[in-house]
Ligand binder design. Sequence first.
Ligand SMILES: Nc1ncnc2c1ncn2[C@@H]1O[C@H](COP(=O)(O)OP(=O)(O)OP(=O)(O)O)[C@@H](O)[C@H]1O
Ligand SMILES: [Mg+2]
Length: 260
Amino acid sequence: MILAEPILKIKNLKKAFGGLMAIVDLSFEVESGQIKSIIGPNGAGKTTLFNLITGVHPVSGGRIIFQGKDITNQKPHCGAGMGISRTFQTVELFGNMNVLENVMVGCHCRFISGLLASGLRLPRMKREEAEIYEHSRQLLERVGLSAKAELPAGSLPLGEQKTLEILRALATGPQLLLLDEPAAGLNESETDGMSELIYSIRDQGITILLVEHDMRLVMKVSDEIVVVNYGQKIAEGSPEVIQNDSLVIEAYLGGDIEYA
Ligand SMILES: Nc1ncnc2c1ncn2[C@@H]1O[C@H](COP(=O)(O)OP(=O)(O)OP(=O)(O)O)[C@@H](O)[C@H]1O
Ligand SMILES: [Mg+2]
């Protein structure tokens, strides 16, 4: 049997900020089509990991392999179709632009002529604009945000802003989606909606790497979990394995968290 190559390989990754080692020596793999979660206490290095994968910061050591290609220290340029997109721990939307425009910005990354289109109205570009508009409308429809398409993005409740940010990331057509705390600040029913959205993205064939503190969500949606503490992996496995790992309970779960 030939096993498919993991979509992402993190190999002996290191990141120092001055004297602080945010990531000490981290290795793990993500299988294509998985929902894999990274959990760990505040300051464990989770967001830093995303910043290294997306080239926001250079690594201090180690390699990042995506779809068999070494992407260490590469910035996923808009339009280059690198196949990775992300959301941010603190929502980053264009608050004054409307909801639809925020999704369209993501779509523009997929079209080479996208950024030129506003200046040069060539027929092909007009057609692409129309396609982007249609595609963005469909994405909004999918999450029930169509009625709010014309509202400023900043006026939406937090749950919808988080959903919108995910849509914008999806609009770039990624194979791998990095979600940094999509449920932070959401109430229970919004969190349930978020888990449905995460499932639906995975069902579309997109691999998901999820950073999240909400253990109910993590234990529900994850195929596998990596636990990091002080920039090192202390455990990896299925939700069942992780919940029963004594090191993890001591370092992070605290033993009094309910998952029901
Ligand atoms: N740009 C930076 N410059 C200096 N130090 C940084 C920078 N980014 C992160 N750090 C430090 O690296 C460590 C890891 O931070 P990181 O944001 O990755 O943690 P995290 O696991 O995402 O935490 P949280 O759960 O609170 O979001 C922390 O000590 C943080 O202060
Ligand atoms: Mg973080």
